[in-house]
Unconditional design. Structure first.
Length: 156
């Protein structure tokens, strides 16, 4: 390990971390983010009248699918048997707030899966409304809390 970076070996090369000696524990992570949108677009989303269909339902499914595809998207992530994924989307005053919760019983954490769920849900919202609001912006994607494993609980 180089300077505490677990994905860097003694030669300074990127590698997948060996987790074979770790205990299987229940691990969870929650991430959040937001898509900033014009009020007219938010009204269409809230009323289910966006031209491309139900934005929130589509983004929810996309977020769940994204979490399951994380090791295909992030090169050094371990493939995990995810036990639970929830993606919640709420229309708020300035956009759509997104929260994702991921749970597993495994040897490594699920922060990346929660972040991927939020990111893919946000990108799906952008895709569905880009013609209506070309200024739509993804913001504040971050891990809010995690639990399980050697490091235990962490809350932002």
């Amino acid at each position: 390990m180089s300077d505490g970076l677990t994905h860097i070996n003694e030669k300074g090369e990127a590698h997948m971390v060996d987790v074979s000696d770790r205990d299987v524990t229940v691990r969870t992570a929650r991430a959040s983010g937001k898509v900033l949108l014009k009020s007219e677009v938010l009204a269409l989303i809230a009323d289910g009248k966006a031209p491309k269909g139900d934005v929130l339902a589509t983004a929810r499914i996309a977020g769940i699918m994204g979490a399951k595809k994380t090791p295909e998207l992030i090169p050094l992530c371990h493939p995990l048997a995810i036990s639970k994924i929830t993606v919640d989307l709420d229309v708020v005053s300035d956009g759509v707030a997104i929260s994702a919760f991921v749970k597993i019983a495994d040897k490594t954490g699920v922060e990346m899966e929660a972040l991927t769920a939020v990111s893919i849900a946000a990108l799906t919202i952008i895709d569905m409304v880009k013609a209506l609001d070309p200024h739509a912006t993804i913001t504040d994607v971050r891990v809010e809390e995690k639990d399980g494993g050697r490091s235990g609980a962490w809350v932002r």
